[in-house]
Design a protein around this ligand. Structure first.
Ligand SMILES: [Zn+2]
Length: 461
């Protein structure tokens, strides 16, 4: 995720939280290229709105993209519209736009995304195509009514150029890749990927497909890729009128080994997949926050026996902020800490965020002054920790006896399976993140260090 950072003249001043207000733009401007999903937007019919709000919306989105925001939030708050940029999973206040101008910006975003600006009492979703610094972005926009004419807006930023498909591109560990290859080589069974919304579940499913050796196995796709492209995966288009069973039979006749499916959402389709799972290996997403939740859903849909017989593994990931390479500090961990973390005793160095200057020395440099790269955040970009639930013989017993989340977790640890916590410690051992960051990620309700306003804003890319 590194980019040109040092002395970037286009880098917005992180202290300038009012950068969006009526100033000459100091960053390159985003280009709007029309709504997504075949919608239209009529700028002429909304000339007044365009006059008030087009430039501020342009500046706001340019600023967000320059700062690597992956989500933009606009919410009414105390007579203003509060704008926040979510960067590396952490929301930062970006601006508070007074009343009328703020609501005009909300409506302008709806207009550009092909939503109905006269409708403020129903949730709507759409999106727009944009380009910023020669990189194409899709902005997926959701409006949510809050009563009266108030609405909030959530914009999800999808960088169309950064397509991560290969296991090594997301740091997918070799031992997990080997497990995927082991399971798909059987030409049977179901492999699932799950996680909370916006945690890269689809990217992880794509990675699973690309763990498979394309020279030994043939992988087919039956999912709606939505302008995504898969490498070494053959598209299969069902004939009109053919149901899943007929399509599966046809795919099996083509000697397919692995089939990639749309996310499992209905009991009926899931049952069909499990019925065919003795002749074909399946990869799909399932909407669930974690493997235990996915298993509960599957038991409800196909019954516990089918789950035990045909489910092979469930993968999930958690994105964790990466320490800034330029200012992270090495330290020698004591043996007690290493033992606590389960790291080998010969581990000689771990990394942490730089310590803040002593408060009694007014001349000491702040972290922000020390590191131009991260502006003292001191994190930049994110890395993933992975988890893989595996249906071992011992796990089958646990599933047959009620499949409680606690029992599943205990058995995963007893089997030595990769859990999010264990894999996060790997990231600490590799010097990619800090123990403090792991603590923050896994205990979001835990002790808060600083209020959001006091945090430095991450820099531009
Ligand atoms: Zn730094």
């Amino acid at each position: 995720m590194a980019g040109p950072k040092k002395n970037d003249p286009k880098k917005p001043d992180p202290k300038k939280t009012v950068a969006l207000q009526d100033q000459e733009p100091d960053v390159e401007q985003v280009l709007f290229q029309g709504p997504l999903f075949d919608r239209e937007c009529n700028l002429k019919a909304n000339a007044k709105l365009v006059q008030i709000a087009l430039v501020p919306v342009k500046q706001m989105i340019s600023d967000a993209l320059a700062r690597r925001a992956h989500t933009i939030l606009l919410e009414p708050r105390e007579g203003r519209v509060a704008i926040r940029f979510v960067i590396d999973g952490v929301p930062y206040p970006a601006a508070a736009i007074p009343g009328q101008k703020g609501s005009a910006m909300v409506q302008m975003i709806k207009l550009l995304s092909g939503l109905d600006v006269n409708e403020r009492r129903t949730a709507q979703s759409g999106g727009m195509k944009t380009e910023y610094e020669k990189i194409p972005y899709h902005l997926i926009v959701e409006s949510t009514p809050l009563g009266g004419t108030a609405e909030k807006i959530r914009i999800k930023v999808d960088n169309r150029k950064v397509v991560r498909q290969k296991p090594r591109e997301i740091g997918f560990p070799d031992h997990l890749k080997a497990r995927i290859r082991h399971y798909t080589a059987e030409r049977s069974g179901v492999i699932l990927v799950c996680g909370p919304p916006d945690t890269g579940v689809t990217t992880l499913a794509t990675i699973v497909l690309h763990c498979i050796d394309p020279y030994l196995y043939s992988v087919y796709n039956l999912a709606d890729l939505n302008v995504r492209e898969l490498i070494n995966v053959a598209d299969f288009t069902p004939e009109p009128g053919h149901d899943l069973e007929i399509s599966f039979d046809r795919i099996i006749r083509r000697e397919a080994d692995v089939l990639y499916m749309n996310p499992l959402k209905s009991p009926h389709d899931t049952q069909t997949i499990f019925q065919y799972a003795n002749r074909l290996s399946y990869v799909a997403e399932i909407p669930a926050n974690n493997p235990a939740e996915a298993i509960r859903k599957l038991i409800e849909w196909v019954g516990v026996d089918e789950v035990i017989k045909n489910l092979r593994c469930i993968l999930t990931q958690k994105l964790i902020r990466k320490l800034c390479d330029d200012c992270k500090q090495a330290f020698r961990p004591n043996p007690k800490l290493l033992k606590q973390l389960g790291l080998p005793p010969e581990t000689s160095v771990l990394y942490r965020a730089p310590l803040p200057p002593p408060p009694d020395d007014p001349k000491a440099q702040t972290i922000e002054e020390l590191c131009a790269d991260c502006d003292g955040v001191p994190y930049y970009g994110r890395v993933a920790a992975f988890e893989m639930f595996e249906m071992t013989d011992t796990m089958k017993e646990v599933i047959a006896h009620g499949a409680s989340p606690e029992a599943i977790r205990r058995q995963m640890i007893a089997d030595g399976q990769t859990t999010l916590q264990k894999d996060a410690i790997r990231l600490v051992a590799e010097g990619k993140t800090s123990l403090e960051e792991i603590q923050r990620t896994f205990n979001p309700g835990g002790p808060k260090k600083k209020p959001a306003q006091a945090r430095p804003t991450p820099p531009a890319k």
